[in-house]
Design a protein around this ligand. Structure first.
Ligand SMILES: [Cu+2]
Length: 111
């Protein structure tokens, strides 16, 4: 096989595996009434998760506490935060100011 055809084939295979991984897909989680909705989502690796604050006045944040990360910045109404999940796993998170009110969520990344 000539080098150009080999290169073309590799590109096709590469794009196929990326597509199967879910890259470029996006899910939206709304923060409303002191809840994450949906509370739990299952996504494929490479998916973008976008959190949007839909409250009228209340701020929230996103904190992957169990992973030992720093709490996220406060998100005020209509502000949003995005994150791409590349690795399979279980990613529980909380809203730092409202964890004791049960404002928690979970991202499950699975092939
Ligand atoms: Cu909150």
């Amino acid at each position: 096989m000539n080098p150009l055809r080999t290169l073309a084939l590799l590109l096709v295979l590469g794009f196929t595996s990326v597509a199967m991984a879910g890259a470029g897909e996006e899910v939206v989680i709304e923060m409303i009434e002191y809840q994450f909705r949906p509370q739990e989502v299952t996504i494929k690796p490479g998916t973008t998760v976008r959190w949007v604050n839909r409250e009228k006045r209340q701020f929230h944040n996103i904190w992957f506490k169990e992973a030992g990360e720093e709490p996220g910045d406060y998100l005020f109404p209509e502000e949003e935060y995005e994150r791409v999940f590349e690795e399979s796993g279980d990613y529980p998170y909380v809203c730092q100011p409202h964890e004791d009110r049960g404002m928690t969520g979970r991202i499950i990344v699975a092939e």
